[in-house]
Design a protein around this ligand. Structure first.
Ligand code: BV8
Ligand code: ZN
Length: 265
C-alpha cells in the first residue's frame, strides 16, 4: 500500500475543522459506528518531545555508544559499573521528564474505541504517568530494578539510592535495570498480547520508532497483513513506511493530537 504523506502539522493544531487526509477519511467513512480496535506502537521518538534522547538519531545514545557496549548481558558482566551508571543516569532523566502532548493524547483515547492496546518499546514510564493504565512494555521498565541472581524486583528509585554501582541485592547478587537487553527474551505475556492485538487491529498507529528492533518492529507487518490501516507518525521514513496507508511526517507531540481530532473527536 502506498503511503500518503502528510507533512508537519506545526500550527495546524488550531484548525479545528481540518479534514482528515484521504486514506483516513475513506477508511473512517467505511466504518460508521463499527468496531474500532486500535493499537499504538511507540518508540523513543514519542519521548523526544519530553527531552529524552532517542537511540539512533543524530543526538541518540548509539551515536556515542554501541548497543553491544551497554545494552547486553555480556556488557553488564564485563563492565557492570559503566552499564549501571548509564542506566542510573537515564533513570534520573526519565524521572525528571514530563509526559508530552503525544503521551497525553494516547491516554485520552482510553475508552474511546472498542479496544485500545498501547504497546511500547520505551522503558521510561511516561505512558503510565500520562494516564495510560497498562501499556505493554515489550522492553521492560527502567522504573524497576531487579536482582540479576534471584530475580527480586524493587523500584529503581530505591536501587539508585543504595551504595554501589551496581548496588547489591540482599542475596548478594547484582542489581540491574529491569529492561530487556539485546539477546534476551521479551516478556512472553506482553509480547503475545501485543501480537494478538496486532492481528485484530483495525487501526495500527506507529509513533516515534525507527522500527529496527525485533520482534517489536515485526508487529507492524503482522497488523498490515491482517488488514489494519497503518498510520506512521515520524518525521523520518522507516523500513516499514511502505506499509503505512498514512504517514504523518512530523513530531508525535503535534501529530498524535492531530490524528486524535480525526479518530476520537
Ligand atoms: C530477542 C534496552 C530472542 C533497554 C533495547 C530479526 C531480524 C534481525 C535481528 C533480530 C530479529 N529478531 C531479533 C533480532 C535481534 C535483536 C534485534 O532486533 N536486532 C536488531 C537491532 C537488528 N533483538 C533482540 O535481541 C531482542 N531479543 O530477539 O530475543 C530470544 C528468544 C528466546 C530466548 C532468548 C532470546 C531484544 C530487543 C530489545 C533491545 N533492547 N534496549 C534500553 O536500554 O532502553 S533496544 C532500544 O531500541 C531501545 O530500547 C528502544 O526501545 C528500541 C527501539 O528503538 P526506537 O524506540 O525505535 O528508537 P530509535 O532511536 O531507533 O528511533 C527513534 C525514532 O523516533 C526515529 O525514527 C526518529 O525519526 C523518530 N523521532 C524523533 N523525534 C521524534 C520522532 N518521532 C516522532 N516524534 C518525534 N518528536
Ligand atoms: Zn537477589
Amino acid at each position: 500500500m502506498g503511503a500518503a504523506a502528510v507533512g508537519g502539522g506545526g500550527g495546524g493544531e488550531r484548525r479545528a475543522a481540518e479534514a482528515p487526509p484521504a486514506p483516513l477519511a475513506g477508511w473512517l467513512a467505511g466504518r460508521p459506528g463499527g468496531p474500532l480496535r486500535v493499537v499504538v506502537l511507540s518508540g523513543a521518538g514519542l519521548s523526544a518531545g519530553s527531552g529524552l534522547a532517542t537511540f539512533r538519531g543524530a543526538d541518540g545514545h548509539w551515536q556515542r555508544y554501541r548497543p553491544e557496549e551497554l545494552a547486553t548481558p555480556q556488557a553488564f558482566a564485563r563492565r557492570p559499573e559503566v552499564v549501571w551508571e548509564w542506566y542510573a543516569a537515564r533513570f534520573r532523566a526519565a524521572a525528571a521528564a514530563e509526559p508530552n502532548a503525544g503521551h497525553r493524547e494516547i491516554a485520552r483515547w482510553e475508552g474511546r474505541f472498542t479496544s485500545l492496546t498501547v504497546v511500547t518499546q520505551n522503558v521510561d514510564g511516561l505512558h503510565q504517568r500520562a494516564g495510560t493504565p497498562d501499556p505493554l512494555e515489550l522492553h521492560g521498565s527502567l522504573v524497576r530494578a531487579r536482582c540479576a541472581a534471584c530475580g527480586e524486583r524493587l523500584p529503581m528509585a530505591d536501587a539508585v539510592a543504595r551504595p554501589g554501582a551496581p548496588p547489591r541485592c540482599a542475596c548478594g547478587g547484582r542489581l540491574r535495570p529491569d529492561v530487556v537487553w539485546f539477546g534476551e527474551a521479551l516478556p512472553i505475556d506482553a509480547l503475545s498480547r501485543a501480537d494478538h492485538a496486532a492481528r485484530k487491529a483495525d487501526l495500527f498507529v506507529v509513533a516515534g520508532t525507527s522500527a529496527q528492533v525485533f520482534p517489536a518492529a515485526g508487529l507492524i507487518e503482522v497488523a498490515a497483513r491482517a488488514g489494519a490501516l497503518v498510520v506512521e507518525v515520524n518525521p523520518e521514513a522507516t523500513p516499514f513506511s511502505s506499509l503505512a496507508g498514512l504517514r504523518l511526517a512530523g513530531p508525535a507531540e503535534v501529530e498524535l493530537p492531530r490524528l486524535g481530532r480525526w479518530i476520537a473527536p
